[in-house]
Design a protein around this ligand. Sequence first.
Ligand SMILES: Nc1ncnc2c1ncn2[C@@H]1O[C@H](COP(=O)(O)OP(=O)(O)OP(=O)(O)O)[C@@H](O)[C@H]1O
Length: 297
Amino acid sequence: MTALARTVEVTRRYGEALALDRVSLDIGAGEVVGLLGPNGAGKSTLINLFVGLRRPTSGTVELLGGSPSDPVVRRGIGVTPQETGLPEALRVGEIVDFVTSHFPEPLGRSELLGRFGLTDLARRQVGGLSGGQKRRLAVALAFAGNPRLVFLDEPTTGLDVEARLTLWDGIRAFHDDGGTVVLTSHYLEEVEALAKRVVVVAQGRVLADDTVRAVREMAGVHRVSFVADPVSELPELPGVLAHTVEDGRVRLVTGDADRLVVSLVRSGVAFSGLEVRPTSLEEAFLALTASAVASPS
Ligand SMILES: Nc1ncnc2c1ncn2[C@@H]1O[C@H](COP(=O)(O)OP(=O)(O)OP(=O)(O)O)[C@@H](O)[C@H]1O
């Protein structure tokens, strides 16, 4: 598979802060790739490096076989950053015309508006649009130049369910025509709706790069908590990813709650108030991050 974008051992620092730590990633032609991770994981930084808005501290970034800092190369991509500002006084149709005029073979105005459910808004001034309508327009503009590759940073943040579905349809239509998409999200469900491949990023590192299904299983960790008496007699339990003790209550994060509870019972240590519950994806990320930090590669 041809890689349309690639990072090789890319590190990015902002002063002392390490935003990306030796990230190597290939984006293949025709893929939809979801970058998933909690706040501050490094997702936006990665997108900004791919599209040439930032340069790596070390390592290399390739875009469409060239450099992201080359304006000719950049003409082949579309981008919607996490935050966008649009001129309030212009009408939706005028903004589309303005943006498409910068590209050699743009998408037609009506086709672009139609794909993203914006046809009825063509004559409206941007200043009068709702936040969700502005966001949909901002995302649609990434596709205006008929790009080969599109980067979308949290495309559906702030959208209601219907607007989100319309946007997903627009992204899918682009993909069905052979387009390649990299998008960031906090939600596995969103990635699942669009992408087969998901790259989990946390603390600047790639924790997983796999199918959505595999990551869903990986994220299926549980939180097991109980009061042990005494805590000091608790043996080492299997499969523990994270471990805290507060006021005698032991809180464990594990990928296999059944095995852990069986081992706890067999240990003979007295315990009470056993609770087992699935973690949110956010907690699962933290557990995955904790285990990654505990065993650096
Ligand atoms: N311009 C900057 N100056 C200093 N630190 C920065 C800058 N941009 C990002 N960072 C830091 O780099 C790290 C990664 O940030 P980044 O915005 O890439 O994460 P993210 O995964 O996109 O987060 P979010 O989901 O909140 O958008 C964070 O610790 C952030 O504070």
